[in-house]
Design a binder for this molecule. Structure first.
Ligand SMILES: Cc1cc2nc3c(=O)[nH]c(=O)nc-3n(C[C@H](O)[C@H](O)[C@H](O)COP(=O)(O)OP(=O)(O)OC[C@H]3O[C@@H](n4cnc5c(N)ncnc54)[C@H](O)[C@@H]3O)c2cc1C
Length: 578
């Protein structure tokens, strides 16, 4: 029998990435708060973010948050909720200064201001030409953000439970009441009984075979919410970033094109000039990834194969080594090539989930079309869907999102716990988590979980990635159902409790199956093309029928879809021309 320890806090934050740490900073010193993280916090995926954080500081040329807002809405293919986008673009400016004052070592202009560079889809004067909006620290901006926030958390004595893997959300009397977690180091279940819970568990790129996401990006919090009856919003919108290292998926930041790099096809052509005459290689990611797909399919890949080249050679050694040092090293180490003299083989890589747990403007998790909140439950960061990114996120806008909405969620949770009492702890709070662990640690199973996981990732890549069809998605769904059956028969080899990563990876594959199914069911229903969701059988955007957000519920093993309207405040939907 697995023992259970009980802890009591005001607020429990699940996740030690940018969103979780930012939320923690708002509450520190004012409430009894714990941050739980399955990784040591400074290993969170925020630390892998490279290119920059967008804010209309106007340090190098004129810029305004309204322009940032317009670009974000247009980039989202008009699916983003514009009130949320407005908050994000306005607050981005203060937030970047706040990060600076907390010690973040941004690159500087010669006169000492925060330096800014170009990024995809960010323009001046409502689409005229690229603008310098991305604040950056070389190509390790996320690393610097994460270190800065973590240092501040340590300074302010935030309580961390590192290497605790959350397995369940506790909901009692229609309110959040805590979480159940597994202590990775020593085994054993822990109940964290709390008034408020903030989910900040990041994305789920691992459901695709080629991805830029770290191994931990398995969407745990998103899947746990779904299992507890919370709908998932806009899951069909999954972003592929144009420049993953060929076959590896490791990211080469868009900052490389922001500095002047460009893509080449097998005929040596700068093909993006044909597709997006104004922004060219700085068009939004959904568009470039699709163009790359077309080039490859029409035989213009390199040597007719399924990759293209990124050319940085003309930038010169100085720019490459000082402004893009990390990706330069990746290319040298993994490919044995030198970006100063060689072309870099690239292909689109699964990168970012626009969809996730639906929230309102204060990070409160909402349950339906009327945005009814579930008291005490919050979500922020990549796991959440506010929605500021709509059908396609612009580069640099996720770092803004995690900071702005991590902060708002933390503040609102602090407000909430002032008046809320501690909900009763259900006696069976840990039962489901315990049953899941015991199921995998006992009993007989034949199939290695790694095989199920790789089959899932290949299936998703082949049938539900950049280009989708009804036939492909239907096939994908039936394979996911088979994988779910096979998953039940998997057993970890390691039956111990101490550092049993085999067990935890097995549990993560369960999350990946749930999220893949939610994505495919939502994609199958949406008979139009918008942003990152491209249906070859319905190639046009259809605002008449589809200018709405999907809500996918899972009840008794079956998915049910509902829809809610998009909030439009300033910018009416138009055709997207770049
Ligand atoms: C390679 C790469 C480069 C990027 N570059 C940029 C960029 O330049 N600009 C930009 O705006 N965006 C960029 N992004 C996107 C952006 O970095 C992420 O969307 C963002 O950092 C996510 O932050 P987060 O706090 O939501 O989650 P994360 O930073 O992923 O943190 C998730 C946290 O949740 C914890 N966790 C997860 N599951 C559990 C569980 N079951 N129990 C306990 N803890 C759990 C983890 O331990 C971790 O601490 C990039 C992404 C990648 C992958």
């Amino acid at each position: 029998m697995i023992g259970t320890h009980v802890h009591r806090f005001d607020v429990v934050i699940v996740g030690g990435g940018g969103a979780g740490l930012m939320a923690a900073l708002q509450t520190s010193g004012q409430a009894h708060v714990a941050v739980l993280s399955k990784l040591y916090p400074s290993r969170s995926h925020t630390g892998a973010a490279q290119g920059g954080i967008g804010a209309a500081l106007g340090n190098l040329e004129e810029d305004h948050w309204e322009w940032h807002m317009f670009d974000t809405v247009k980039g989202s293919d008009y699916l983003a909720d514009q009130d949320a986008v407005e908050i994000m673009c306005r607050d981005a400016i203060d937030t970047v200064y706040e990060l600076e004052h907390n010690g973040l070592p941004f690159n500087r202009t010669p006169d000492g201001k925060i330096d800014q560079r170009r990024f995809g889809g960010h323009t001046r004067n409502f689409g005229e030409a690229p603008v310098r909006r991305a604040c950056y620290a070389a190509d390790r901006t996320g690393h610097m953000i994460l270190q800065t926030l973590y240092q501040q958390c340590i300074k302010r004595q935030v309580t961390f439970f590192n290497e605790f893997h959350v397995l369940d959300l506790i909901i009692a009397d229609g309110r959040a009441a805590g979480v159940v977690a597994w202590n990775i180091q020593s085994g054993g279940l822990h109940i964290f009984h709390a008034k408020a819970v903030i989910i900040a568990t990041g994305g789920f790129g691992r459901i695709f075979k080629v991805t830029s996401n770290a191994l931990a990006g398995t969407g745990d919090g998103v899947a746990l919410a779904l299992r507890r009856g919370i709908p998932l919003e806009d899951m069909e919108f999954y972003q592929f970033h144009p420049t993953g290292m060929y076959r590896l998926g490791v990211l080469i930041t868009e900052g490389a094109r922001g500095e002047g790099g460009f893509l080449l096809n097998g005929k040596g052509e700068r093909f993006m000039e044909r597709y997006a005459p104004t922004l060219k290689d700085l068009a939004p990611r959904d568009i470039i990834s699709r163009c790359m797909h077309t080039e490859i399919r029409e035989g213009r890949g390199i040597n007719g194969e399924d990759y293209l080249y990124l050319d940085l050679r003309h930038l010169g050694r100085e720019v490459i080594e000082t402004k893009l040092p990390d990706i330069t090293e990746f290319v040298r180490v993994y490919f044995g090539l030198d970006p100063v003299t060689d072309l870099i083989p690239v292909q689109p890589t699964a990168h970012y989930a626009m969809g996730g747990i639906p929230t309102d403007l204060d990070g409160r998790v909402v349950l339906d079309e009327q945005n009814t909140p579930l008291p005490g439950l919050y979500a922020a960061g990549e796991c959440a869907c506010v929605s500021v990114h709509g059908a396609n996120r612009l580069g640099t806008n996720s770092l803004v999102d995690i900071i702005v909405f991590g902060r708002r969620a933390g503040r609102d949770a602090l407000r909430y716990i002032q008046t809320a009492d501690l909900p009763p702890l259900p006696r069976d709070a840990a039962d489901e988590a315990r049953a899941e662990i015991e199921h995998f640690l006992s009993g007989e199973g034949s199939e290695p979980v790694a095989v199920v996981r790789e089959d899932l990732r290949t299936t998703m890549m082949d049938l539900a990635s950049i280009v989708r069809t009804e036939q492909g998605l239907t096939e994908c769904l039936s394979r996911i159902h088979q994988l779910r059956e096979r998953y039940r028969r998997t057993r970890p080899m390691d039956r111990g409790q101490v550092f049993n990563t085999d067990l935890l990876e097995t549990i993560e594959v369960g999350y990946m199956i749930d999220l893949s199914e939610a994505l495919v069911v939502s994609a199958l229903a949406r008979t139009e093309s918008r942003g990152a969701h491209y249906r070859e059988d319905f190639p046009e955007r259809n605002d008449q029928e589809w200018l709405k957000h999907t809500l996918a519920y899972r009840r008794n093993g079956k998915f049910e879809l509902r829809y809610k309207p998009v909030r439009i405040t300033r910018f009416e939907p138009k055709a997207r021309v770049y």
